[in-house]
Each structure stands twice: as structure tokens, then as C-alpha cells.
Write a protein that binds this ligand. Sequence first.
Ligand code: GRF
Length: 220
Amino acid sequence: MLNIAVFISGSGSNLQSIIDNCESGNVNAKIQLVLSNEPDAFGIERAKKHNIPAVTVNHRDYSSRQDFEDAICQSLKDYNIDLICLAGFMRVLTAHFLNQFPNKVINIHPALLPSFAGTQGQQDAFDYGVKFTGCTVHFVDTGVDTGPIIIQAVVPVKQDDTLEILKKRILAQEHKVYPQAIQYIAQGAVKISGNKVVIDGLANALDFAEIYPPAKIFDK
Ligand code: GRF
């Protein structure tokens, strides 16, 4: 059983998906702790509802990033945490923190990295006019939304989409890929080789392409 901590800053819908998939047995992990940097994050209520310990470490209470990160470490020290899952956690973690958890911090990003990194991944992809965007779960390194990619879901941007509709469609996929990434790690199937992640035991090579708008001339 993988012991995980989930870091949040807001709504925590990804947290909810992780909770639900752990409870159903889809994911062989136990959430030992939910940590929020925002005292009012709704995700804290979600944790409490499921009897999961939740702590707030408010970054505003610390004069430096290092002190903030030390306080986070202090909160984690009583739990034997194997994996930290950032789920809408809106603070950048520095090498000071990450070096203490090598290859043990993962994040979900609402775009197909390395495109559209940063805090507005969905909007930036929408505004750019890409035909496909999606979401990415990746290991966290000292860059912003860099680090080896574990899993991605592709989401088409339909011609009549609004940003709000697109965000919802991406979020629905986030709720699938994040638990799956955690389960691959829980199974011990995930290996990092340079900047690439290899997952053991993946049967049947994928061989497909999605095209949007439709390539009608080939449908005859
Ligand atoms: C998600 O879109 C996630 O990809 C991004 O922040 C959002 C968090 O949503 N990093 P929620 O708090 O899990 O509902």
C-alpha cells in the first residue's frame, strides 16, 4: 500500500477523485494527509468528510519559501509518505524541498505538456487555437511544469467550445489520469529513464490517430 500525501490550494476535485479511487480499491494507496496552503480551500472539507487528516500550512505565515517548505516537511514527518501528489497546489516547490523527496512528487497539469505550462494552461491552449489539448501527470522537478511525463489524456477543442466547457471536459479526464498514474506507481510499474517514463507491462502498442476537424476525404 502506497502512503500518499495530497497537496491542494482550492476545490480539490482531483483530490476527490483520488479519494474515491482509493476507497473503491482501484488505487492501492492510502491518503495519509491532505495539506493545503489556503485555509479556505474546499478540499479540506472533502478530506474531513472522509476522515483524512488535513492541515493548513499558510505560505503567508512564512517570510521565505524555505521556511514555508520546512513547515510542510514538519507536517509530513509523522507519516511515512511514499508519494506526494500536487492537485491544484498553487505554490512552486524549490530544490530545498524536492531534494528531500527525489522522484516522489507528482503533479497534474491541465494541458499537454510541454505546451502551455503555467497557471493558465487551459486558457492559453484555447486562446492559441490548438485543435487538441488535454492534461498531463508528471514528476515534479525544479522547473515549472517540467519533469518526466507519466500519463496524458488528449481532449479535442471543438469549434463551438467555450473556455468553460473545455475546462470541464479536461477536468473530467484529469479525474481519470491522476488515479491511474498513482496506481501505476503503487504497482511499482513506473521507471524513470532520463526524461522518459517507462511503464512496465503495458500490453498492445497503441496505434491510432485522432484528427480534428474530420479528414472527410479519407472516410469514403
Ligand atoms: C486542475 O485543473 C489541475 O490540473 C490544476 O489545478 C486544477 C485543480 O482543480 N493544476 P481541483 O482543485 O482538483 O478541482
